[in-house]
Ligand binder design. Structure first.
Ligand code: CTP
Length: 278
Protein backbone atom coordinates (compact mmCIF):
# COMPACT_ATOMS: atom_id res chain seq x y z
CA UNK A 1 0.00 0.00 0.00
CA UNK A 2 1.20 3.48 -0.86
CA UNK A 3 0.05 6.71 0.78
CA UNK A 4 0.79 10.16 -0.53
CA UNK A 5 0.35 13.28 1.60
CA UNK A 6 0.18 16.62 -0.13
CA UNK A 7 0.34 19.62 2.20
CA UNK A 8 -0.71 17.35 5.06
CA UNK A 9 -3.69 15.79 3.29
CA UNK A 10 -3.18 12.03 3.10
CA UNK A 11 -4.53 9.61 0.49
CA UNK A 12 -4.03 5.88 0.37
CA UNK A 13 -3.64 3.74 -2.71
CA UNK A 14 -4.05 -0.04 -2.59
CA UNK A 15 -2.28 -0.91 -5.80
CA UNK A 16 1.38 -0.09 -6.08
CA UNK A 17 1.30 2.77 -8.53
CA UNK A 18 3.94 4.49 -10.53
CA UNK A 19 3.57 7.94 -9.06
CA UNK A 20 6.90 9.47 -10.03
CA UNK A 21 5.37 11.94 -12.46
CA UNK A 22 2.62 12.99 -10.06
CA UNK A 23 5.11 13.48 -7.24
CA UNK A 24 7.46 15.41 -9.48
CA UNK A 25 4.70 17.77 -10.57
CA UNK A 26 3.50 18.37 -7.02
CA UNK A 27 7.01 18.92 -5.78
CA UNK A 28 7.76 21.30 -8.62
CA UNK A 29 4.57 23.19 -7.81
CA UNK A 30 6.02 23.81 -4.35
CA UNK A 31 3.73 21.38 -2.47
CA UNK A 32 4.99 19.54 0.56
CA UNK A 33 4.93 15.90 -0.52
CA UNK A 34 5.39 12.90 1.76
CA UNK A 35 5.22 9.34 0.52
CA UNK A 36 4.70 6.22 2.61
CA UNK A 37 5.23 2.72 1.32
CA UNK A 38 3.79 -0.03 3.56
CA UNK A 39 3.76 2.37 6.49
CA UNK A 40 7.37 3.53 5.98
CA UNK A 41 8.04 7.11 5.00
CA UNK A 42 9.98 7.20 1.76
CA UNK A 43 12.68 9.89 1.78
CA UNK A 44 11.51 13.19 0.36
CA UNK A 45 11.18 13.20 -3.40
CA UNK A 46 14.52 14.08 -4.93
CA UNK A 47 12.62 15.79 -7.72
CA UNK A 48 12.08 18.80 -5.46
CA UNK A 49 15.81 19.50 -5.63
CA UNK A 50 16.08 19.37 -9.39
CA UNK A 51 16.62 22.42 -11.56
CA UNK A 52 13.39 23.59 -13.13
CA UNK A 53 12.62 23.82 -16.82
CA UNK A 54 9.41 25.78 -16.58
CA UNK A 55 8.99 27.91 -19.69
CA UNK A 56 11.48 25.82 -21.67
CA UNK A 57 10.60 23.84 -24.77
CA UNK A 58 12.91 20.88 -25.23
CA UNK A 59 13.14 19.24 -28.64
CA UNK A 60 14.57 15.73 -28.29
CA UNK A 61 15.45 13.12 -30.91
CA UNK A 62 15.64 9.48 -29.97
CA UNK A 63 16.16 6.00 -31.35
CA UNK A 64 17.64 4.79 -34.61
CA UNK A 65 16.58 5.63 -38.13
CA UNK A 66 15.62 2.97 -40.67
CA UNK A 67 16.71 3.33 -44.24
CA UNK A 68 14.76 1.14 -46.67
CA UNK A 69 16.36 -1.32 -49.07
CA UNK A 70 13.04 -2.49 -50.45
CA UNK A 71 9.48 -2.66 -49.01
CA UNK A 72 10.47 -5.39 -46.50
CA UNK A 73 14.13 -4.73 -45.68
CA UNK A 74 16.08 -1.88 -44.17
CA UNK A 75 19.44 -0.74 -42.80
CA UNK A 76 19.49 0.49 -39.21
CA UNK A 77 21.56 0.37 -36.00
CA UNK A 78 21.37 -0.92 -32.43
CA UNK A 79 19.93 2.19 -30.79
CA UNK A 80 16.95 1.35 -28.55
CA UNK A 81 15.77 4.90 -27.89
CA UNK A 82 16.22 4.45 -24.12
CA UNK A 83 18.59 7.41 -23.72
CA UNK A 84 16.55 9.85 -25.80
CA UNK A 85 13.29 8.82 -24.18
CA UNK A 86 14.91 9.24 -20.74
CA UNK A 87 15.89 12.80 -21.69
CA UNK A 88 12.30 13.52 -22.73
CA UNK A 89 10.90 12.05 -19.49
CA UNK A 90 13.41 13.94 -17.32
CA UNK A 91 12.57 17.22 -19.09
CA UNK A 92 8.83 16.63 -18.65
CA UNK A 93 9.32 15.93 -14.94
CA UNK A 94 11.03 19.27 -14.59
CA UNK A 95 8.13 21.12 -16.13
CA UNK A 96 9.35 21.63 -19.71
CA UNK A 97 7.21 21.29 -22.80
CA UNK A 98 8.73 18.44 -24.78
CA UNK A 99 8.63 17.46 -28.43
CA UNK A 100 10.08 14.01 -29.03
CA UNK A 101 11.01 13.06 -32.58
CA UNK A 102 11.60 9.33 -32.41
CA UNK A 103 12.82 6.71 -34.82
CA UNK A 104 11.38 3.19 -34.62
CA UNK A 105 11.43 1.93 -31.02
CA UNK A 106 9.34 -0.38 -28.85
CA UNK A 107 9.27 2.23 -26.07
CA UNK A 108 5.93 3.93 -25.42
CA UNK A 109 5.67 7.69 -26.07
CA UNK A 110 6.22 9.52 -22.75
CA UNK A 111 2.87 10.89 -21.53
CA UNK A 112 2.76 14.65 -21.97
CA UNK A 113 5.24 14.87 -24.86
CA UNK A 114 4.31 15.87 -28.39
CA UNK A 115 5.38 12.65 -30.09
CA UNK A 116 6.52 12.65 -33.70
CA UNK A 117 7.34 9.15 -34.96
CA UNK A 118 9.65 8.94 -37.98
CA UNK A 119 11.43 6.20 -39.90
CA UNK A 120 14.24 7.63 -42.00
CA UNK A 121 16.93 10.27 -41.43
CA UNK A 122 15.26 12.51 -44.01
CA UNK A 123 11.94 12.26 -42.17
CA UNK A 124 13.74 13.00 -38.90
CA UNK A 125 15.37 16.08 -40.43
CA UNK A 126 12.02 17.36 -41.69
CA UNK A 127 10.34 16.84 -38.31
CA UNK A 128 13.20 18.48 -36.40
CA UNK A 129 13.27 21.54 -38.65
CA UNK A 130 9.48 21.81 -38.42
CA UNK A 131 9.62 21.92 -34.60
CA UNK A 132 12.85 23.89 -34.24
CA UNK A 133 11.31 27.36 -34.03
CA UNK A 134 9.44 26.59 -30.81
CA UNK A 135 12.44 24.97 -29.10
CA UNK A 136 14.71 26.65 -26.56
CA UNK A 137 16.86 23.55 -26.01
CA UNK A 138 17.61 20.85 -28.60
CA UNK A 139 18.97 17.47 -27.51
CA UNK A 140 19.87 15.10 -30.34
CA UNK A 141 20.22 11.66 -28.81
CA UNK A 142 19.11 9.79 -31.94
CA UNK A 143 21.50 7.45 -33.71
CA UNK A 144 20.93 8.72 -37.22
CA UNK A 145 22.01 6.43 -40.07
CA UNK A 146 24.85 8.18 -41.85
CA UNK A 147 23.93 6.64 -45.20
CA UNK A 148 20.79 5.54 -46.99
CA UNK A 149 20.38 3.21 -49.93
CA UNK A 150 20.63 5.37 -53.02
CA UNK A 151 17.84 3.70 -54.96
CA UNK A 152 15.57 1.59 -52.71
CA UNK A 153 13.63 -0.95 -54.74
CA UNK A 154 9.87 -0.35 -55.03
CA UNK A 155 9.32 -4.11 -55.05
CA UNK A 156 10.84 -6.88 -52.96
CA UNK A 157 14.30 -7.80 -54.22
CA UNK A 158 14.23 -11.45 -55.26
CA UNK A 159 17.02 -13.69 -54.06
CA UNK A 160 19.39 -15.09 -56.62
CA UNK A 161 21.88 -17.43 -54.98
CA UNK A 162 24.16 -17.30 -58.02
CA UNK A 163 24.84 -13.56 -57.80
CA UNK A 164 26.23 -11.15 -55.25
CA UNK A 165 24.03 -8.24 -54.34
CA UNK A 166 25.55 -4.77 -54.31
CA UNK A 167 23.84 -1.80 -52.71
CA UNK A 168 24.99 1.75 -53.27
CA UNK A 169 24.70 4.13 -50.31
CA UNK A 170 24.49 7.88 -50.35
CA UNK A 171 25.13 10.19 -47.35
CA UNK A 172 22.22 11.36 -45.23
CA UNK A 173 21.96 14.99 -44.16
CA UNK A 174 23.70 15.81 -40.87
CA UNK A 175 20.70 17.06 -38.89
CA UNK A 176 22.69 18.11 -35.84
CA UNK A 177 25.12 20.21 -37.86
CA UNK A 178 22.24 21.90 -39.65
CA UNK A 179 20.43 22.64 -36.38
CA UNK A 180 23.61 24.00 -34.79
CA UNK A 181 24.23 26.24 -37.81
CA UNK A 182 20.85 27.90 -37.35
CA UNK A 183 20.58 27.65 -33.59
CA UNK A 184 20.10 31.32 -32.75
CA UNK A 185 19.70 31.56 -28.96
CA UNK A 186 18.90 27.87 -28.59
CA UNK A 187 21.15 25.58 -26.58
CA UNK A 188 22.13 22.59 -28.70
CA UNK A 189 23.28 19.25 -27.31
CA UNK A 190 24.66 16.40 -29.43
CA UNK A 191 25.70 12.87 -28.62
CA UNK A 192 28.81 11.10 -29.82
CA UNK A 193 28.79 7.32 -30.07
CA UNK A 194 32.44 6.26 -30.23
CA UNK A 195 34.31 2.97 -30.05
CA UNK A 196 37.95 4.08 -30.27
CA UNK A 197 40.06 7.12 -29.48
CA UNK A 198 36.84 8.24 -27.87
CA UNK A 199 37.93 11.57 -26.33
CA UNK A 200 39.89 12.79 -29.33
CA UNK A 201 37.06 11.92 -31.68
CA UNK A 202 34.45 13.47 -29.42
CA UNK A 203 36.41 16.71 -29.04
CA UNK A 204 36.69 16.90 -32.84
CA UNK A 205 32.97 16.17 -33.20
CA UNK A 206 32.09 18.94 -30.72
CA UNK A 207 33.92 21.46 -32.91
CA UNK A 208 32.84 20.02 -36.27
CA UNK A 209 29.16 19.97 -35.38
CA UNK A 210 29.20 23.39 -33.69
CA UNK A 211 27.19 22.26 -30.65
CA UNK A 212 27.23 23.73 -27.14
CA UNK A 213 27.45 20.42 -25.31
CA UNK A 214 28.44 16.95 -26.49
CA UNK A 215 27.56 13.79 -24.58
CA UNK A 216 30.29 11.24 -25.20
CA UNK A 217 29.17 7.66 -25.11
CA UNK A 218 31.77 4.87 -25.37
CA UNK A 219 29.61 2.28 -27.11
CA UNK A 220 32.35 -0.36 -27.15
CA UNK A 221 31.80 -1.09 -23.43
CA UNK A 222 29.37 -3.82 -22.43
CA UNK A 223 26.42 -2.98 -20.17
CA UNK A 224 26.34 0.71 -21.04
CA UNK A 225 25.27 2.68 -24.08
CA UNK A 226 23.35 0.94 -26.86
CA UNK A 227 20.20 -0.81 -25.63
CA UNK A 228 21.41 -0.86 -21.99
CA UNK A 229 19.53 0.62 -19.02
CA UNK A 230 22.70 2.26 -17.72
CA UNK A 231 25.04 4.70 -19.32
CA UNK A 232 28.39 6.23 -18.56
CA UNK A 233 29.10 9.47 -20.33
CA UNK A 234 31.47 12.40 -20.46
CA UNK A 235 29.99 15.88 -20.90
CA UNK A 236 32.21 18.03 -23.11
CA UNK A 237 31.27 21.64 -23.69
CA UNK A 238 32.42 24.27 -26.15
CA UNK A 239 33.87 26.41 -23.37
CA UNK A 240 36.45 23.68 -22.68
CA UNK A 241 34.70 21.95 -19.77
CA UNK A 242 34.75 18.18 -19.38
CA UNK A 243 32.82 16.21 -16.77
CA UNK A 244 33.17 12.44 -16.36
CA UNK A 245 29.98 11.01 -14.91
CA UNK A 246 29.91 7.61 -13.20
CA UNK A 247 27.78 4.75 -14.54
CA UNK A 248 24.17 5.69 -13.81
CA UNK A 249 20.63 4.82 -14.85
CA UNK A 250 19.80 6.57 -18.12
CA UNK A 251 17.12 8.65 -16.40
CA UNK A 252 19.79 10.01 -14.03
CA UNK A 253 22.20 10.64 -16.91
CA UNK A 254 19.36 12.58 -18.55
CA UNK A 255 18.91 14.67 -15.38
CA UNK A 256 22.65 15.39 -15.24
CA UNK A 257 22.62 16.53 -18.88
CA UNK A 258 19.72 18.91 -18.19
CA UNK A 259 21.47 20.28 -15.07
CA UNK A 260 24.59 20.92 -17.12
CA UNK A 261 22.62 22.63 -19.89
CA UNK A 262 21.12 25.09 -17.40
CA UNK A 263 24.47 25.66 -15.69
CA UNK A 264 26.32 26.35 -18.95
CA UNK A 265 23.58 28.50 -20.36
CA UNK A 266 23.45 30.63 -17.22
CA UNK A 267 27.25 31.01 -17.24
CA UNK A 268 27.40 31.91 -20.93
CA UNK A 269 24.68 34.53 -20.87
CA UNK A 270 25.65 38.06 -19.94
CA UNK A 271 24.13 38.84 -16.53
CA UNK A 272 21.40 41.46 -16.34
CA UNK A 273 23.84 43.80 -14.54
CA UNK A 274 26.36 43.46 -17.39
CA UNK A 275 23.63 44.23 -19.88
CA UNK A 276 22.48 47.29 -17.94
CA UNK A 277 26.02 48.70 -17.80
CA UNK A 278 26.51 48.52 -21.56
N1 CTP B 1 23.62 13.11 -36.22
C1 CTP B 1 22.70 13.79 -37.00
N2 CTP B 1 22.59 13.49 -38.32
C2 CTP B 1 23.37 12.55 -38.88
C3 CTP B 1 24.33 11.86 -38.09
C4 CTP B 1 24.42 12.16 -36.75
O1 CTP B 1 21.98 14.65 -36.49
N3 CTP B 1 23.25 12.28 -40.17
C5 CTP B 1 23.77 13.50 -34.80
C6 CTP B 1 23.39 12.44 -33.80
O2 CTP B 1 22.04 12.56 -33.43
C7 CTP B 1 24.33 12.75 -32.63
C8 CTP B 1 25.55 13.33 -33.31
O3 CTP B 1 25.12 13.77 -34.60
O4 CTP B 1 23.79 13.73 -31.80
C9 CTP B 1 26.72 12.42 -33.46
O5 CTP B 1 26.31 11.20 -34.02
P1 CTP B 1 27.39 10.03 -34.21
O6 CTP B 1 26.69 8.85 -34.81
O7 CTP B 1 28.18 9.83 -32.98
O8 CTP B 1 28.40 10.67 -35.24
P2 CTP B 1 28.36 10.92 -36.76
O9 CTP B 1 28.11 12.37 -37.01
O10 CTP B 1 27.43 9.97 -37.41
O11 CTP B 1 29.87 10.63 -37.17
P3 CTP B 1 30.63 9.20 -37.17
O12 CTP B 1 29.59 8.16 -37.51
O13 CTP B 1 31.66 9.37 -38.23
O14 CTP B 1 31.23 9.01 -35.82
Amino acid sequence: MIAISVNGERREFDAPLNCADLIARLALAGKRVAIERNGEIVPRSRFADEALLDGEHVLVTSGPTREPIDPVRYVSNRSSGKMGHAVAIAALRRGARVTLVAGPTVLPPPPGAVYVPVQTAEEMREAVLQHLDAATIVIKAAAVADYRVKRPSATKIKSNKDEELTLTFTPNPDILKEVAARKGTRFVVGFAAETDEVRTRAAAKLRAKGVDLLVLNDVSQRGIGFDADDNQVVLLDRWGGSIDLPTMKKIDVAGAILDRVLELRAASRPSSRDRASR
